[in-house]
Write a protein that binds this ligand. Structure first.
Ligand SMILES: NC(=O)c1ccc[n+]([C@@H]2O[C@H](COP(=O)([O-])OP(=O)(O)OC[C@H]3O[C@@H](n4cnc5c(N)ncnc54)[C@H](O)[C@@H]3O)[C@@H](O)[C@H]2O)c1
Ligand SMILES: O=C(O)C[C@@H](O)C(=O)O
Ligand SMILES: [K+]
Ligand SMILES: [Mn+2]
Length: 351
């Protein structure tokens, strides 16, 4: 019997609602699999935890999480309790950076039965590879002076190593898919970092002559996601560009409530972390209508990256069968509750 030890962090808002749903699904997956079991330990790290303890997690929090095979996270952020930059840097970004989860894989594809926010989408299947550890997400800088003289300086950090790594992963993925890598740039406006990014991209591209490659400015690329999603394959972007593009990707999938993501540690020193693309959705908390599919599709990625690709594929097929038959929450235009969608997925996992 293979055991996967999973640290679950429901976090804030709908994170607390969808996490139990995905765990129900994973327990069922284990039962159907026969040779797999999960041991979950839940950690209450969240904005509520911050209000009680003055920090998003205790001092030994990272040590404790490091003992697990993977971290499974819901969503972080409740601006009514803690400013967003404090909660994100104290938990989500802290885990990404300290566990060296330098790559964030964010698929965007159309499932059967789901109406995209596009009026006439062709079949698209995109993977956004987001550099996940540096770039625009840096705490280097500061604020000086007061009143109207106040100045804020924010430094971006681009290392050749992490940039190459993200691009190499993108080319590897493309070699197993349609064979196209698109780089998100802004080298017309961002004077130092983006020409550097483009040079590295050209260098990596020249080492992959069998893979097509192209650079598009982020503004044009965001529009291209809307107008030509079916032409894209793998898209590689910096931390901020990857963040924005993955929400655009989620919108053309039909809802941000279904988009999954995997924050990957590649050196094996720390666990990877799996969490949906969306946040804590404060506007729908407590209504029972949060879409559980983002968290459940994320569970599929957790299975895949823990060596269980077959059952992971089965799970995604089941999710798609459920959407194809119209079992959807209101964000997708459906009339079903969160738990009803989950129940339907669990029911069909047996078949
Ligand atoms: N990775 C993360 O944990 C993460 C990601 C994004 C935002 N956040 C945080 O979440 C909070 C809210 O951020 P936001 O409003 O910008 O983004 P959000 O993703 O929480 O919500 C955006 C919109 O999508 C909807 N939505 C999100 N998840 C849904 C689901 N599962 N089912 C149905 N609809 C869903 C919301 O109702 C809202 O209308 C902030 O504190 C922010 O910092 C965290
Ligand atoms: O990375 C972020 O900025 C937080 C959230 O928006 C995300 O996409 O995970
Ligand atoms: K999330
Ligand atoms: Mn985001």
């Amino acid at each position: 019997m293979k055991t996967l030890n999973i640290a679950s962090i429901p976090g804030d808002g709908v994170g607390k609602e969808i996490m139990p749903e995905a765990i129900r699904v994973l327990e069922k997956v284990a039962q159907v699999h026969g040779g797999l079991q999960f041991k979950f330990e839940e950690f209450p790290y969240s904005c509520d935890y911050y209000l009680k303890h003055g920090a998003m997690m205790p001092e030994d929090g990272m040590d404790r999480l490091s003992q697990f095979d993977s971290v499974f996270l819901g969503a972080v952020g409740d601006a009514s309790k803690v400013p967003d930059h404090i909660s994100l840097w104290g938990l989500l970004l802290k885990i990404r950076q300290e566990f060296q989860q330098e790559i964030n894989i964010r698929p965007a594809k159309l499932l059967k039965g789901i109406n995209s926010k596009l009026s006439n989408p062709k079949d698209f299947d995109i993977i956004v590879v987001r550099e996940n550890s540096e770039g625009e997400y840096s705490s280097i800088g500061g604020r000086i002076f007061h009143d109207d003289n106040e100045i804020a300086i924010q430094n971006n950090v681009f290392s050749k190593r992490a940039t190459k790594q993200a691009m190499n992963i993108a080319f590897d993925l493309a070699s197993k898919r349609k064979g196209l890598v698109t780089s998100a740039t802004k080298s017309n406006g961002i004077f130092h970092a983006m020409p550097f990014w483009d040079e590295i991209f050209d260098e990596i591209a020249s080492k992959h002559p069998n893979i097509k490659s192209e650079s598009k400015h982020i503004d044009a690329l965001a529009a291209y996601f809307i107008t030509h999603p079916h032409e894209l394959d793998v898209v590689v972007g910096s931390n901020l560009f990857g963040d924005i593009l993955s929400d655009v990707g989620a919108a053309i999938m039909g809802s941000i409530g279904i988009a999954p993501s995997a924050n990957l540690n590649l050196n094996g020193k720390y666990p990877s972390m799996f969490e949906p693309v969306h946040g804590s959705a404060p506007d729908i908390v407590g209504k029972g209508i949060a879409n559980p599919i983002g968290q459940i599709w994320t569970a599929k990625m957790l299975l895949e990256f823990n060596g269980e690709a077959n059952i992971a594929e089965h799970l995604l097929k089941v999710i798609e069968a459920v959407t194809a038959d119209g079992f959807m929450t209101p964000d997708l235009g459906g009339k079903y509750k969160m738990t009803e969608v989950t129940d339907e997925i669990i029911k069909r996992l047996d078949k």
